[in-house]
Ligand binder design. Structure first.
Ligand SMILES: Cc1cc2nc3c(=O)[nH]c(=O)nc-3n(C[C@H](O)[C@H](O)[C@H](O)COP(=O)(O)O)c2cc1C
Length: 157
């Protein structure tokens, strides 16, 4: 959607969803965005106050490590695959109860990944370490600059 939106708006455009490294930033810039917003990447940072279990679960998540939960919600939400979110998916509940907020707290703050729900993106699969946020930003920018520089090779005859 990025090129379409970029050609139709004159506002600065921040792309969000699935960006966790410099190659993603470079790709978003090429598709017409001026920035990326990264959520899950910063969950796996030293400064983020979620429980260490959640940070390690993000690092361990494979390509199928998250679910898109739709039922009974105002908007779809993606969560880490845990026994609880698997249960929600299987039940295809018409309404996800208010207890979900408690379940989120279970996972985020108490590290209970059996009973809890941790909302994370598919970008989990790209994340391999827990680092200070500043280091993450610097590494993303460095890799984006390298990637954009390397892409110039495609313009040579
Ligand atoms: C823990 C967490 C909570 C979030 N809560 C909201 C929210 O309440 N409303 C919303 O629009 N987006 C929410 N997001 C989505 C982010 O704003 C962002 O668009 C998304 O995480 C970007 O994808 P990424 O995680 O792959 O970087 C949340 C993301 C995370 C990781």
């Amino acid at each position: 959607m990025l090129p379409k939106i970029a050609s139709e708006v004159s506002l600065p455009l921040a792309a969000a969803g699935g960006f966790a490294d410099g190659r993603g930033l470079a790709a978003a810039l090429m598709l017409g965005a001026q920035a990326v917003q990264m959520g899950t990447r910063f969950l796996a940072s030293d400064e983020c106050h979620i429980h260490a279990n959640g940070k390690h679960a993000i690092i361990d998540a494979g390509p199928d490590g998250t679910f898109l939960l739709r039922e009974g919600r105002h908007y779809p939400s993606r969560a880490l695959s845990t026994p609880y979110t698997k249960h929600l998916l299987e039940q295809e509940r018409a309404e996800i109860p208010a207890e979900q907020r408690v379940r989120s707290a279970d996972a985020q703050m108490d590290g209970d990944l059996e009973a809890g729900m941790l909302t994370v993106g598919m970008s989990s699969y790209l994340i391999d370490d827990i680092r200070p946020a500043g280091e993450i930003v610097r590494a993303v920018v460095r890799e984006a600059v390298q990637t954009l520089g390397a892409a110039a090779a495609y313009t040579r005859p």
